[in-house]
Design a protein around this ligand. Structure first.
Ligand SMILES: O=P(O)(O)OC[C@H]1O[C@H](O[C@H]2O[C@H](CO)[C@@H](O)[C@H](O)[C@H]2O)[C@H](O)[C@@H](O)[C@@H]1O
Length: 245
């Protein structure tokens, strides 16, 4: 897949732009990454967005305040353009859900609970043995409060219903700035599958990052380093005037 003047580029964050780390705060953002993304976004007339499970605030705590469109919290919050206001797209997660996850986390040896505006993630990377009980706990909360469940890398998230990465892509593609664009979504996780399916509806392309697995993506890059190289090559092509119309 190649960048062209009509590309809309959607990028997952963890496992795609940064390597997975032991703790969500420990990811390392390469120094060149924020300026690379901003330059590419400008070349694409703003049609570049990060679509992440993290909250927008958590993402900007890692990247710094950045002039990019972003969908955060699995599509629960939406910044349609670089310097636009953040739009909440879901109701806030009930506090009782986070209380219950915290209670479960304490009783299970200290799992990490990551509250976000419209969802909460509970990380079991350091306690894989709790997974069956954690599944039961989150399923029971989902049934009681009408929540959706998302499974990620050593994490289960309970989210307010109605949004996912596919709906986030559709929301961007409905904006005038994205009209007629051909989307590319690059991501590594199961939660990126909704977005891979969404881009196909616009004749676009999903790009799986990591080892081959059953997926709706139609291309693959081996890992974060390959994603960085692909983005750099895209920007170089733009500078050399090789940007395809
Ligand atoms: O949609 P993404 O941008 O890929 O975000 C998905 C989740 O990423 C974070 O958790 C994952 O990455 C952590 C850091 O590498 C890792 O420690 C954790 O085990 C992974 O699940 C983030 O903390 C979550 O909020 C995101 O939803």
């Amino acid at each position: 897949m190649c960048l062209s003047q009509s590309t809309a580029l959607f990028l997952d964050f963890d496992g795609t732009l940064v390597e997975i780390a032991d703790h969500p705060h420990d990811v390392v953002v390469s120094e060149f990454l924020p300026p690379l993304l901003v330059q590419l976004s400008r070349k694409l007339d703003g049609r570049l967005a990060i679509v992440t499970g993290r909250s927008i605030a958590a993402l900007e705590a890692l990247l710094g305040p950045i002039s990019l469109a972003i969908a955060g919290s699995h599509g629960g919050e939406f910044r349609p353009a670089a310097d636009a206001e953040i739009e909440p797209l879901a109701a806030p997660l009930p506090g009782a859900v986070v209380d219950e996850l915290n209670r479960f986390a304490r009783a299970s040896g200290g799992l990490l609970v990551e509250p976000k505006p419209f969802s909460a993630a509970i990380h079991y990377r350091h306690h894989p043995e709790v997974l069956p009980n954690l599944r039961a706990c989150t399923e029971s909360l989902a049934a009681e409060f009408g929540l959706a469940i998302k499974h990620g890398k050593k994490v289960i998230e309970v989210t307010m219903p109605g949004s996912d990465k596919g709906s986030a892509v559709e929301r961007f593609m409905a904006l005038p700035a994205f009209d007629g664009a051909i989307p590319i979504f690059i991501g590594d996780d199961v939660t990126d599958e909704d977005a891979f399916a969404a881009v196909r509806r616009y004749d676009g392309e999903g790009v799986l990052v990591g080892a081959p697995r059953p997926t709706a993506a139609t291309s693959r890059l081996d890992g974060v380093a390959e994603v960085h190289r692909w983005l750099e090559a895209g920007l170089e092509a733009v500078h050399k005037g090789d940007f395809r119309p």
